[in-house]
Design a protein. Sequence first.
Length: 587
Amino acid sequence: MDEFSTPRHRTLHHASQLHIGLLVDSEVCSEYVYDFVKWARSNQSIMLTHLILIPPPRPEINSGSRLLRFLRRIMDSINKNGLYFVLSEWALQSVERFERVMIKRDKNHSRHLRKFHLSSLIHDTISLRPVIESGCAFQLSAPDVRLIKELHFDLLVKCGNYNLSGEILNACRLGIIAVCHGENQQSRSSPAGFWEVYYQHDTTEFTIQRLRHGAHAGQILMRGRFATRHYYLLNQAFVLRKAHYYLRQILERIASSGKLPDFLQEVPYSQPLLRHPSVLSTITYLVWRCCSILFKRLRQLTCIDYRSNVAYLCQDWKGAELCRGTIVKNSPFRYLADPFVMYRNGKNYCFVEEFCYLKQKGSIAVFELTKADAVRIGTALEESFHLSFPYLFEYQGELFMCPESSENRDIRIYKCIEFPLRWRLQNVAVEKVSAADTMVFERDGKWWMFTNIDPLNIGDHCSELFIFSAKTPLDTRWTPHPLNPVIVDASRARNAGLIVEGDLYYRCSQGQGFDRYGKRVLINTIVELTDSSYRECCLGVVNPSFRAGAVGTHHLHSNGKITVFDFFVSSRISSGRCEPKILSRGE
């Protein structure tokens, strides 16, 4: 049994400005560091005063023509690291040039490879020189450490690619914190985002750590995971953007409390350290990427997609044998997903997302479920924008629906006027928010809202779970939970249904796969839910192995009489059948 919880942070109180310095290895930086500095300079609770430049030691090559200097740098690199390492760097740079075209077309990450100059934001720069190299970590001289101490920083933030050791780690009251890319418990790796794609890991991890002696011996302040993207530069862009966003959240929390958050529990690390990709690894990756692109193009040309299908069992969810489920037939150019079942007027009704490929949007349809078959009653709700996840709840004897409307950037609640097909917009609970798969329920006399928000507006609703509370479900002012987001982990964050049995609340959640939305469903018991804490316990995992050809499942619900769920198979969008067609690895 796995128990998941959000660490409890110390009580926050008013504090003076947090005085920080920025450790970098160059005044030229990525957009993520540049945007972080702009944010810090405009934040009233943070005082960023100095840029501390610690360039890695390298031989001075100033004389001669540009070509001669280039050749000298190459020879120096060969003498220091070997010819094979230099060839490996060139191979990886070739991959980056290949993927540069794709990422420049991405509106959310088009600036990923651009460089910015920090001197326009910070005018006070201190240049230090590392004098001692211990293993793969650099140390500073005693005068340099003393200079840092005399500036009386509360905290240093490291944004360079080097490792530090020695007295510099203790030169400030709160030490040095840094963003670390790569899974701290599974594959500490370099460069950021590459190896997770190479090995097709389901998630890519980042951590925010306080540094201590040793290259990988940080004390973890925060850990986050998002679903691994399908190519290296896009995955790298995600990990950098996510990590620097949460670095801001950590600094705001430190500025408010005057202390570091509690450290997460440390466990032994048993995996090898993955360094710079070799020539063979890079060529293997490039061949795989080309094959993956070709397979996707072929699937598009043949109109084959991973279509969602809904199935049901006439029994409770506990002990249900999903392989015996009755499949609700898809119509041509449509699929069904996100089923919720309700017993009403002596019958069982299933509300589902019905996605139309021709309109490229979903609406909410209703089916009557019997032991023999599922009969479509009609369309319950349709808007000019996409709707899905028709979550149902009752309040004061009335029936309400809270469907996903992230495309419209709001969370809205509809009231049932005539069951099951007539609904009217009751109110917009939250405006100007990109939120998916919202669930509203009452527990201990308070109404709670669980939703998956994309705080960076980059199309990721799978990594963060947010909680809000209110006196009634029809309130338009919802109080955010102080630990928001309570989960930052694409392997279990996104909602997949809610089952309530008396005092027991089971939050079903999605586990994402590599380049695959909705790989599995986790069933979690909500153990603790208060105004200051949240804790859930995973009871089990539902994998798509219950049906031949299924590649994923991402929803489960039950009303005690009927259990409904969905699953993905590869089929032609013009077909109403769910037999698997062409499958390609790692799309």
